[in-house]
Write a protein that binds this ligand. Sequence first.
Ligand code: ADP
Ligand code: MG
Ligand code: MG
Length: 883
Amino acid sequence: TKWVYKFGNGEAEGRAVDRELLGGKGANLAEMSSLGLPVPPGLTIIADACAAYFKQGSSIDDELKRQVLAGIEGIEAITGKKFGDGHRPLLLSVRSGARVSMPGMMDTVLNLGLNDETVHALGHDAGDARFAWDSYRRFIQMYSDVVMGLDNDVFEEILEDEKARLGYEYDTELTAGEWQHVVTLYKDVIEEELGQEFPQDPEVQLWGAVGSVFSSWKSARAVTYRQLHNIPDVWGTAVNVQAMVFGNLGNASATGVAFTRNPSTGERSLYGEFLVNAQGEDVVAGIRTPQSITEDGRISSGSDRPSMEKLMPEAFKEFSQICDRLEQHYRDMQDIEFTIERGKLWMLQTRSGKRSTRAAMKIAVDMVDEGVITEREAVLRIDPASLDQLLHPTIDPRVPREVIGTGLPASPGAATGEIVFTAEEAVVAEEEGRKVILLRVETSPEDIHGMHAAEGILTTRGGMTSHAAVVARGMGIPCVVGAGTMRIDLRNERLIGIGVTLEKGDIITIDGSAGQVLKGEVQMVQPELSGDFGRIMKWADSVRRMTVRTNADTPADARAARSFGAEGIGLCRTEHMFFEGERIHVMREMILAEDELGRRAALDKLLPIQRLDFTGLFNVMHGLPVTIRLLDPPLHEFLPKTEEEIADVAAAMGMEATALRQRVDALHEFNPMLGHRGCRLAISYPEIVEMQARAIFEAAVAAAHETGAAVVPEIMVPLVGLRSELDYVKDRIDAIARDVMNEAGMRIDYLVGTMIELPRAALRAHIIAEAAEFFSFGTNDLTQTTFGISRDDASAFIPTYQRKGIIEHDPFISLDFDGVGELIRIAAERGRRTRNDMKLGICGEHGGDPASIHFCEDIGLDYVSCSPFRVPIARLAAAQAVI
Ligand code: ADP
Ligand code: MG
Ligand code: MG
């Protein structure tokens, strides 16, 4: 096997595309070298050698050693130095480098090859003894730490003591003799702590360092990182062995890092820092304050220390030209590491730079304008999930934060307001024009109106899929859940946080992106939807095939969704409409009625209200498709629960509390998720469907008159398992449609379809499609029913499952392609076999999840539907799924 790939002197055996073989760092070193850029010569041991190393019981075999030593001969030929030589010693750096950059891996070892003899030769060769001893002590520190496992603190302590003794502030003040003394102290402490000498044989040092890089692949930190980021264990890491160049060789030497564009704003200007007479990680270690690379950067940071542009104009000029060239070559913003040795520039690393979402947008758009990338490529450059950050006001990153509590970042964006403890207070406050944050231990459907009225929601209990989290995300309201470090004292209306107790009416700010609770009002930055964002979205829209609809229950949600580019409503949940204001009373009247007559009387009162709801929605949507789901939840959700609430409601309705309690008990269900809900309600109480259908058709007539745009309502029957269920409900709907059309003297086009959210419905899709004109995959329920996991109880064990590697993702967040996905595939295919123009869509949390959207594209769904604030994410993800 060819284990070793060489690079240097304008040539290389590898290329940038060989990142699987050579790791990211090695592949790019090879690429830079073959571009003729100044890269210190070196070699890369391929990543497969890592597995071989472990197979051999963590030892490096002779063949690999032979190839590495042959590679080093190549480096010696180019540099004219010799590894371990007593005259002109070649020093090496040993650097890890996996396929993707991975913190948690071994740190780099620099200056390898130094010992008590070569240190003198190095000093002679460079004409600088101080430099040689500084390099040696650095090497001892790094090697002992990384390879021998001796904590760096012991060395730092010795150095601090020496500096104190000598009255120095900076490392740069130490003389050659003083560094030499430090080296003696270092070696003593190694013997003392480890009972062994610091290795003097350069070859022993080399194999020690190479073995450590391999071993670090299995370090606890690296394993954890891989688990978090789904990186396969089998990849292994490559090792780069490279000739050292020295940024610590006097004042014409330096080391630095740079981005070819500003990584936080995206602005097209070189951005970076460097340190004179320094080495390796000194720049990021924070021991000395680094200086700006460019003069502009120096001025804007207000620093009085000279820029590299000013201090080393020649090297700067070459560097900025190379940066341009690398950007052109890689066609992306680069993150670069470099060193200057006595005025000569050396490139040590390049890779695509990490950037903020805002910067990613600007860079992609600018690069299209510069002719570097195509519009399609620009669309691919943005991570859809990251758009979330842009669509909400966020806390100004420049202001200090006074954190009084932390929880889970359930719904992004930040909000400020007075604290209130009940949904009712939130509603009152909204009416009075006050902004509030709703505080609850946890929320329930009865809090919906208060959640709507609030600027933000904070709960002390619950996880990322709790009621508060799901609803807040749906509404696009910032939300922090499970803030267990805080306590709500409901009796006294107090919030007890870290070091503070707040009263009702006090102001807090929540950061739903960070999961933080802050004291008082905090400066915000508003989202910017035009400009770069607008252009990226336009390009995305021009390539995607699926349409993007929204889940919206109110005209306000629908309007917000349209401003984010929604092309219809994929799910209007009618039950939310019945919780608001006075309606809940009429709803309860209906539920508690003795007989059908009583129910119809109550429904007659609900009809005009419901008609107005739909007219409002239709008007906002102006002819775009609107899918309305018939009443879905079990009726007891609308009834009071506690004795206190029962007493209140009974009084309000003029009935006996005991009688009410009996009705509540009678409607109680052991497992409401699988209980008397969905179309089962419609079959038990057809008068409810009839009212809803009438409201929909009458609203369609009204909207057609008001806006002149014909609406085609899509009526969706929930929780169908049997074709006969759908037939029964559809007959009722069709009958009402005929009545309303006769009354209005006009024709209304409409569709009746079903949600596919039960495995039986998916399997019998070809039969159900004989009656259903569209399918919408209700993946929340379909996931529950396929797995047999109740979503509300999942948080008790899903995290454990993830930690123990039983499942990778929470199936309620990212669609389970293998199981639930298979059912969707079957249903789509069988449904279309019966009705080939059948419209297929998805609603539910997954409709806004990029990975799930890819799946929807792959199986040819017509649309995805998601909450308003996820619409741009879905538009972008749908476009990427096509490209
Ligand atoms: P990381 O993956 O943590 O960035 P690197 O392998 O890039 O680690 O090494 C860290 C730093 O060490 C580099 O930024 C550079 O400053 C220094 N370094 C690495 N190799 C060399 C070398 N051949 N000559 C001089 N400095 C080097
Ligand atoms: Mg690096
Ligand atoms: Mg459902």
